[in-house]
Design a protein around this ligand. Sequence first.
Ligand code: 8YV
Length: 328
Amino acid sequence: MSSRKLKVVLTRRLPDAIETRLRELFDTELNLDDAPMSREALVRAMQQADVLVPTITDDLSAGVIAQAGEGLRLIANFGAGVDHIDLAAASARNIIVTNTPGVLTEDTADMAMALLLAVSRRLLEGAEVMAEGRFEGWTPTWMCGRGLWGKRLGIIGMGRIGQALARRARAFGMQVHYHNRKPVSPLIEDELSATYWDDIDQMLPRMDVVSLNCPHTPATHHLMSRERLERMAPHAYLINTARGEIIDEAALAEVMQAGALGGVGLDVFEHEPRVHPGLIGQRNVVLMPHLGSATVETRHAMGERVILNIQTLHNGHRPPDRVVAAML
Ligand code: 8YV
């Protein structure tokens, strides 16, 4: 264990308790303004730090990573997804990259379920009626949504979050289907009564609901292309709590405007924080500002994973949540 305190730079504000603990343990520089760092500020931070703690709002492209100082040993990402970091460039510079897996599984699955209920039961429209004082009494045919019991849910990406969503969906009486690079273990398939489709194009038209729960990689970029969106059943709902880039958002806006899908629930966007204008203000589109992991408990747990990864490196060991392993 080295006696010199590691120089740690945070690119955004983190929960108070996490920032305070980071200050106790390391020579930590906070970003009290919480403004996203410019490219220049990011490069400066990477030239000074032993450890950078970025978030999804930092674009750590190959060009930025190439300018990192010799001292930068670890990029300890606050978040599970690492598609904003050029992992090959980090690996080439022998910089370890870690993330915060496992701790945001349940909250993100909750958000997928919340979006599905909001779309299928028209929750935002109902809340709007009440907020505007337009409720004139119950009627047998007014504002009917669609039930979930007995419907088919197709999960694309059956990792931790996909499985957590499947468990919730089972409790809502849904039949679980999934597409993944490979089937999950027979034990999990049995537990979830899940049906595997190796061909996504065969699964899509048969589903009442499709949920995206895979990471964004070159292989999943625009996985939901115009062609695939049009392949879905016209009454079906599409839910995305993974990454916006998995859907061709411009094509989705056109498909929705044409009335070719039952509804959409999105927590993530292709050009975040911008949202395609064609998706705004539509009755059957529910949009959330990337709140999947936004609970006090989870944001603390994410911070704890960041601390653990840095402390383990400081103690001379390999950080547990490595997505890029440097040659230590
Ligand atoms: C995080 C997320 O809050 O962890 C992820 O991959 O999408 C979010 O829920 C965000 O990435 C923070 O960097």
